[in-house]
Each structure stands twice: as C-alpha cells, then as structure tokens.
Design a protein around this ligand. Structure first.
Ligand code: MRU
Length: 355
C-alpha cells in the first residue's frame, strides 16, 4: 500500500499526487511554507488530507520557531496558521484542523513552557492523522449497508485513501462493501480538469484489485440511462447546515442525472466536513483555479493561446438531490437541518467544521 502523508522528524512526507499514476514519488516538505505551497499546488488534495497536512504544517512551523520570547512566539504561530489557512478556500476541514491546532496552542501556551507547546502541537497533528483513518473505517461500515451485492457504483473525483489519511470516504464505503464480500464494480468519472478520477481513483482501486472502469465526465448520463449504474457515492468539501454539498466541479451534474434516473446519490464525509455555521450552500466559497489546468494537459496545450477560461474547482449540489449523507457517527437523511445537527451535536453549532 502507500501512505498519503506522514509526519517524520525531518518534516512532512507526502505522495506527490500531481505525478500519479506515472510516478510514485514521496518528497519531504521541511518548512511550513513548503507544506502550504504543496496544498496550494495540489501535491496533497482532498478535504480530509488537506486538513491533516495543514495540522502537520502548523506543528512543523511551531517546531522551527527559534525565539524564547512568549509574545514573539505567539506572533509567529499566528503567522503560520494564517499562511496555511490561505491555501485553499472551499474544504472546511482545512479551517477545522487549524482551529483545533489553535486550541491546543492556547491550552499549553498559558503554562509558559514553549517546548511543551511544540510537543503538544506535534502530538495533536499525529493524532489527527490516526483519527482520520479510524473514522473513515467507521464511515465505511455505516455506508457499506447501503450498497448491495453486485452493484455498479459511480464516483466522481477522488475521495479515497489519497484524499484522506487513509482508506477514504466514498472509496472507504466501497472498500467496506468489498470487505463484506460484496462484488462491486466502480465507474470512475475522469474528473476534468485535474483528472482525479482517471489518475487517482483508478490508481488506488487498481492497487486494491477493486474492478474499476474509467469514463469521461460526459458519459455518466449514458451509463445511467442504460441501467448500468445502481448508485452514486461521492465525497464532500463542505456541507452546509441544510445538507447542501460542495464537492468537486461536476458533482452537481451527476446528482441531477442520478435523480432523473431514480438512482440513489450518497455523500460520504466526516463530521469535520460539516459547516453548520452556514445556513445553505449559497454561502460556501468556491475556489477558482488557474486557467492553465483547463487549457493544458501536462505540457500540451488543448485550447488556443489567449482564450477566455473559467475554472471553478467545486460546485454545490442542493440537498434535494442527496439521498443520504454517510458520516462516522451514522447516516443522515432529509430533513438535513435536523439530522446533521443531531449527528454533529448541537452544542458546537457556531464553530466551522463541527466535530
Ligand atoms: O480539488 P480537490 O482534489 O482537493 O477536490 C477533492 C474533492 O472534491 C473530494 O471529493 C473531496 O475533497 C472529498 S475527499 C474525501
């Protein structure tokens, strides 16, 4: 198997997802600025993986603070958190993870031992990594019950081990169904423009010997109409209080097609992906990415130079298209305002990325 990301004494080691499937490289990122750049450039991507990478970046940055002056230490810590928070705007797990690191900082900083603060931050980041794998397995066991034997499951983007600390959310549900002995055939949308489906989902499912067929994004409707898809399972980057789901661009089209064809549309995401501070998906910030991702495939231009390009990285699927949301605490169904609040625990409803 492979490790998506790992904390080491020298820095954060991450599989370079830009290079897959052609090359399996594990560069090391030795400063928090390098980790922030890696998140921006999508060396590491996928909401939960971004969260864990940011937590590791915060721990790494704090570890390298040289001053013994508490006020200056606090100032530099704030700068580290702000740099990591400015990398990608949509996945709320990023902000959830940084907030969690800030809370650990506050708990230990009061006591005045700066070395202890550094050690506590490192321990927290490592714990977040471990927790993420565990909760994906729990999510998998809840979700696997929704998938029948011999089903054909469509997924969009990559919500697998590569998008998390391990096992995956949407692909975790599929893995858990396979572990229960079910025969599953996965259809993976290639997911233009970054090709997470063709490059990453296909790569990791092949490694696990789970049958996968790659299709281009515009083929999903055809296969649904032909009766070749039994359900859809995708991940999420942010889920609003009413159950509107932000996920990789193209997810909304898949959800509409699924409804038109009476196919269940499931979203698998940890509680840390909920943002109950937002009443609906209209408030979710949508990242706009560089035009080069659309005009080029690797070094080759596929559009005329200078052409106008739009590249929103995510879209919002309204809750009415979502059959169920699978979390590590159970499965939520409409009305999501109530079911999500119940799962998250109402007492922390003002925090971004409840958990
Ligand atoms: O731009 P990306 O590759 O970070 O987008 C990833 C997705 O949209 C995933 O579906 C989502 O983060 C869930 S990952 C478990």
């Amino acid at each position: 198997m492979f490790q998506t990301l790992e904390w080491t004494n020298e820095g954060v080691v991450m599989i370079d997802q830009r290079k897959l499937p052609a090359e399996e490289l594990y560069p090391i990122f030795t400063t928090y600025q390098e980790v922030a750049q890696a998140i921006k450039d999508m060396v590491v991507r996928g909401a939960p993986a971004i969260g864990v990478a940011a937590a590791m970046g915060v721990a790494l940055g704090a570890k390298h603070i040289e001053t013994g002056n508490a006020q200056e230490f606090e100032r530099q810590f704030g700068e580290i958190c702000a740099t990591l928070a400015s990398t990608r705007p949509t996945a709320v797990n990023l902000f959830w993870a940084i907030e969690r690191m800030k809370r650990v900082f506050q708990q230990h900083f009061q006591q005045g031992d700066l070395q202890k603060v550094k050690r506590a931050l490192e321990a927290e980041a490592v714990q977040m990594h471990e927790e993420d794998v565990d909760l994906n397995r729990r999510m998998g066991s809840f979700g696997a019950g929704l998938i029948g034997d011999n089903q054909r499951v469509l997924t969009h983007c990559n919500a697998g081990a590569l998008a998390t600390a391990g096992y995956g959310t949407a692909l975790g549900v599929i893995r858990a169904a396979v572990e229960q002995g079910k025969k599953i055939q996965v259809f993976a949308d290639e997911t233009r423009p970054f090709l997470q489906g063709a490059r990453l989902t296909a790569w990791e499912l092949q490694k696990d010997q789970i049958p996968v067929t790659v299709i281009t994004d515009n083929m999903a409707g055809y296969f649904m109409q032909q009766g070749k898809i039994d359900c859809v399972v995708v991940g999420a980057d942010r889920i609003a209080a009413n159950g509107d789901v932000a996920n990789k661009i193209g997810t909304y089209s898949v959800a509409v097609l699924a409804k038109e064809n009476n196919i269940p549309f499931y979203v698998a995401a940890p509680i840390s992906t909920l943002d109950l501070s937002l009443p609906s998906g209209d408030h979710i910030p949508i990242e706009q990415r560089p035009s080069r991702e659309v005009t080029h495939i690797q070094q080759s231009a596929i559009a005329p130079e200078g052409v106008e390009v739009a590249n929103p990285a995510f879209d919002v699927t309204p809750n009415r298209y979502v059959t169920a949301i699978i979390t590590e605490r159970g499965v939520a169904r409409l009305p999501y305002l109530e079911s999500l609040r119940q799962l998250a625990g109402a007492e922390r409803e003002d925090a971004p990325g409840l958990g």
